[in-house]
Design a protein around this ligand. Structure first.
Ligand SMILES: Cc1cc2nc3c(=O)[nH]c(=O)nc-3n(C[C@H](O)[C@H](O)[C@H](O)COP(=O)(O)OP(=O)(O)OC[C@H]3O[C@@H](n4cnc5c(N)ncnc54)[C@H](O)[C@@H]3O)c2cc1C
Length: 546
């Protein structure tokens, strides 16, 4: 591990290890940030709650967990050698493969020696006198660093449902994001899945063939579209390898860093027949094209959105044999693509199996978990296994779980009570020397592309601080107000901002998360980068530097 200096506390008592930077989290963000900060010659320590690298891909080991970004657009782009060395085996790689990839990255760049695993950060406090952050781990140990970089993940704080009796169940139960490292045997078992978001969909379609009986408890159906995954053959592999510069260039140019980009045509600028044919084409294609590559107005114009919603509803009716079940699976309270789109592989056909049952918990709510299973208003179901696919306290949840205190002890959680306030999604006034990676108000999309940009931007700022002898870097209140207002304004008119979802900060399982907030930057990634580049080009004069 990087050598730390031992620093006396003001009282002269215990010595606290001292670093140039502490990074919280060893997912894709934290790993790359560590690599870049080493280039600056900084002494860095990464604290990671898990026992290995990979973040999302370390924790989410549930059956069927996989990308819905194309594999070759998801991996890191910063190392040609790594791109050359690694072969993705499928267009949308499964979790085990991605975790292997991230372990290879950790080995190749010798990252582990500066990562301390099994180390959950519970508090971080700004100390003005030393211009540094004091960081406390769950085991009580303390560390200090000039800079604090949060790489704690937009989807890393799992939430359990607020249902009475969760601890009473005597069978096996798992949250999908806390899946055991050992295989789970489903053969012949009576299994319940609670939740039908992206994770629920992947889990359900994967286990339906091996369980004895599967009961899906659905509150809100989500619009889903086919993934169309397949193996990458040798010929395609060659094309991918030689085409990496174009792939990443395209990701730099598109709205959300995916290889898909909106069609420039408006929905009603084409004939009904052309529209139908275009939807058919998108439905038959791989990945997020039907969401990110659809007509340009599909996510902002209610009537345009109704056309694609109607198209996908027809597909669901065709694929599900029982019309009553099909109707239950068709969302009625939001339009296609206004919530995060789960991509599926024969998900709807699962409901044609005799051993699968769909329970609509809007109709018959779950009353409690019992020692033997689940009790709804309609009766009691017995299970051997309950799977909670109940998602995350997204974007701000991982921040809320750390007691972060800035100037004069102000709590970040209090400052963000009515929604996050940031400058560029990276800095917060009153929290000097703290930089956020993939926090609120930053461009997300195909996330690794955004990670690489954000990490590079933070690295540039820290290089500047180092070169010019700065020891205090802070956003200004006016900078934060104007960025936050800008982010809010960008959300106006988007249909997705009129829908309750993790993207609008709603989580019925988390206290205080029942009011919509704007936690996401919803402008284009190129526009986001242009604004950040402008701040750099002007010598960071929009920041308070000392
Ligand atoms: C099932 C699933 C599928 C996904 N698929 C895609 C996809 O196809 N395309 C896409 O672009 N994105 C996808 N995502 C989003 C994914 O989170 C990002 O792509 C990316 O992995 C985020 O990396 P990260 O390092 O920022 O965060 P994470 O990978 O979440 O890593 C954060 C790390 O911080 C650690 N941590 C958090 N709090 C603390 C603390 N207090 N102390 C110590 N450690 C802490 C966590 O243990 C974790 O290891 C998916 C997410 C999920 C859950």
């Amino acid at each position: 591990m990087a050598a730390s200096r031992e620093v006396q506390t003001p009282s002269g008592a215990a010595a606290i290890p001292d670093f140039d930077a502490i990074i919280i989290g060893a997912g894709m963000s934290g790993m790359y940030q560590l690599h870049r900060l080493r280039e600056l010659g900084m002494r860095v320590r990464v604290f990671e709650a898990g026992t290995g690298v990979g973040g999302t891909w370390y924790w989410n080991r549930y059956p069927g967990a996989r990308f819905d970004s194309e594999s070759y657009s998801y991996g890191y782009s910063f190392s040609k050698e790594l791109l050359e060395e690694w072969n993705w085996s499928e267009h949308f790689a499964g979790q085990p493969e991605t975790l292997r990839y991230l372990n290879l990255v950790a080995d190749k760049f010798d990252l582990r020696r500066d990562i301390q695993f099994r180390s959950r950060v519970i508090a971080a406090t700004w100390e003005e006198d030393t211009r540094s952050w004091s960081v406390t781990l769950q085991d009580g140990s303390r560390f200090r660093a000039r800079f604090l970089i949060t790489a704690i993940g937009p989807l890393s704080a799992p939430t359990m449902p607020r249902i009475e009796g969760v601890d009473m169940f005597q069978g096996q139960s798992f949250h999908t994001a806390r899946w055991p490292h050992e295989p789970v045997d489903f053969a012949g078992k009576r299994v319940a899945v609670i939740g039908t978001g992206a994770t629920g969909v992947q889990t359900i379609q994967t286990i339906a063939g091996s369980v004895g009986h599967l009961t899906v408890f659905q509150r809100t159906p989500n619009w889903c579209a086919p993934l169309h995954n397949s193996k990458i053959d040798a010929e395609t592999q060659k094309k991918i390898k030689s085409g990496y510069p174009e792939i990443f260039k395209r990701c730099q140019e598109t709205f959300a860093c995916f290889i898909h980009t909106p069609d420039p045509r408006g929905t009603f600028e084409v004939s009904d027949q052309e529209r139908e044919a275009f939807f058919e084409k998108l439905y038959a294609e791989r990945g997020f094209g039907i969401w990110q590559g659809n007509f340009r107005d599909i996510l902002i114009d209610r009537k345009a959105n109704a056309t694609i919603s109607d198209f996908v509803a027809r597909k669901i009716r065709q694929r599900v044999t029982d019309p009553k079940v099909a109707e239950k699976l068709i969302p009625k309270n939001h339009g296609f693509g206004t919530r995060r789109l789960p991509l599926e592989t024969r998900y709807y056909e699962v409901y044609n199996q005799d051993n699968v049952e769909l329970v609509d918990i809007m109709e018959t709510p779950i009353e409690r978990i019992t020692p033997d299973g689940i009790k709804t208003s309609d009766g009691e179901y017995e299970f051997d296994i309950i799977i909670y696919a109940t998602g995350f306290d997204a974007i701000t949840g991982s921040f809320d779980r750390i007691d972060i205190r800035g100037v004069d002890g102000a709590r970040l959680k209090d400052k963000w009570k009515s929604g996050p306030q940031t400058f560029l999604g990276v800095l917060v006034d009153g929290f000097p020397n703290m930089m956020m990676l993939m926090g609120p108000h930053t461009a997300l999309g195909n996330i690794p592309r955004s990670i690489e940009y954000n990490v590079d931007w933070v690295t540039g700022l820290l290089r500047y601080a180092k070169d010019t002898g700065l020891t205090r870097v802070e956003a200004t209140p006016s900078g934060v107000t104007s960025w936050t207002d800008h982010v809010k304004a960008l959300g106006v008119g988007l249909l997705s901002n009129e829908v309750n979802s993790w993207m609008t900060g709603i989580n019925s399982n988390v206290e205080g998360k029942q009011t919509r907030i704007v936690a996401r930057y919803s402008g284009s990634a190129p526009a986001y980068r242009a604004r950040c580049d402008e701040v750099t080009a002007k010598g960071y004069d929009e920041l308070a530097l000392a």
